[in-house]
Design a protein around this ligand. Structure first.
Ligand code: 5GP
Ligand code: MN
Length: 338
């Protein structure tokens, strides 16, 4: 972020403001962690801050400090619209195109507030007044830490803020193992632990709260795993019927796609999840090395993300979606061919 921009933001934050903080639809640990981390930071200085999420998020995030204060746009439209239209500042965190906030996009686009984007996804759109966009970052939470550092204020980070930021860095780096994890990430994590983030407890809250049903659903997903060795590709399907059978809850398939990628020799993995309510197949894509699932998702599945982790969707039925998926692999011969 440019020094001039930081100075302008510093001045802006010198007096109490009404500040909306918005994550992407179907927010994950990094989205909720970065929003709540920034929320607690801004509260220290008396701002009237509010996190407004487009919709609900998984139960495994519902222990986070003041999580219960988050407005959910899809069920609290009026209250949310009122806050957004009156806000002085809107932070948009962990996404970079307004289409990622679904039904909120019109009210946010037309809001008079100064907009500040903090995000690590590729190809950012141009809606923000101030843009802190860096695709090399492990997580938006790491960027919120950097943002506070740019404000010369890391001493203000307390246990609550540290807990929120730790959570998002942990979830977006696959517990510090993805290539985006740098020595700087580890130094920040060390600082957050010093400030009181309880690493073991946070890990436990996020990962060790499986239900029996969820493990059975994972079993089903692994039974459905298919491998296309000639393209070093693996994919999983889950039908709505299978999800229902195991009482699927929001976030219940988080991490499943990584099992495909853990197979020896596989560098591209996908999971296709049927969603009858939205009448789509939701897709998650993962890769190893230089093969960009962001590019593939943008080109074929109306999505995007990062080089090694992206999402998208398909309006076709499951079997046609899989046919399409298999039919496009030869276009990526150079990257994928065994
Ligand atoms: P996931 O597969 O875990 O849902 O998402 C992987 C990454 O891709 C995340 O960074 C997420 O924000 C991004 N992503 C997921 N779905 C979409 C989508 O439909 N469009 C775009 N642009 N990005 C997505
Ligand atoms: Mn993220």
């Amino acid at each position: 972020m440019k020094k001039d921009d930081i100075n302008s933001i510093k001045t802006l934050l010198e007096s109490p403001k009404a500040i909306a903080i918005i994550p992407h639809k179907n927010p994950d640990g990094d989205a909720i962690g970065s929003c709540l981390g920034l929320y607690h930071y801004l509260k220290l200085y008396g701002h009237n801050a509010k996190v407004i999420a487009p919709n609900d998020y998984p139960d495994f995030l519902k222990w986070m400090p003041e999580e219960a204060s988050i407005l959910k746009y899809d069920s609290q439209v009026e209250e949310s619209n009122d806050f957004i239209t009156k806000a002085n500042i809107i932070f948009t965190l962990d996404f970079n195109g307004l289409s990622r906030i679904g039904d909120m996009q019109d009210v946010v686009a037309s809001a008079k507030a100064i907009k500040i984007m903090i995000d690590h996804h590729q190809q950012p759109d141009d809606y923000a007044t101030y843009k802190y966009s860096d695709v090399s970052m492990s997580s938006t939470c790491e960027m919120v830490y950097n943002f506070i550092e740019m404000l010369d204020d890391v001493n203000a980070i307390d246990r609550t803020i540290a807990t929120c930021l730790y959570t998002g860095i942990m979830t977006d780096t696959g517990s510090f193992r993805f290539p985006s994890t740098t020595s700087a990430t580890h130094r920040i994590i060390g600082y957050l632990i010093e400030k009181g983030a309880n690493n073991s407890e946070i890990h436990n809250n996020i990962y060790d709260t499986n239900s029996f049903d969820r493990l059975q659903l994972l079993g089903q997903a692994l039974c459905n795993l298919k491998v296309i060795p000639e393209y070093r590709t693996a994919y999983i399907t889950l039908s709505q019927e299978e999800l229902n059978k195991f009482n699927y809850k929001k976030g219940g398939t988080e991490g499943f796609v990584n099992y495909g990628l853990s197979l020896e020799g596989i560098i591209f993995a996908a999971i296709f999840i049927e969603n009858h309510q939205e009448n789509i197949i939701k897709i998650s894509l993962r890769s190893k090395g230089d093969f960009s699932v962001n590019e593939l998702s943008r080109a074929h599945f109306n999505g995007g993300g990062h080089t090694n982790a992206a999402g998208g969707k398909s309006d076709l039925n499951m079997s046609d979606t899989i046919d399409k998926f298999i039919s496009i692999l030869p276009q990526y011969n150079e990257d994928l061919k065994a």
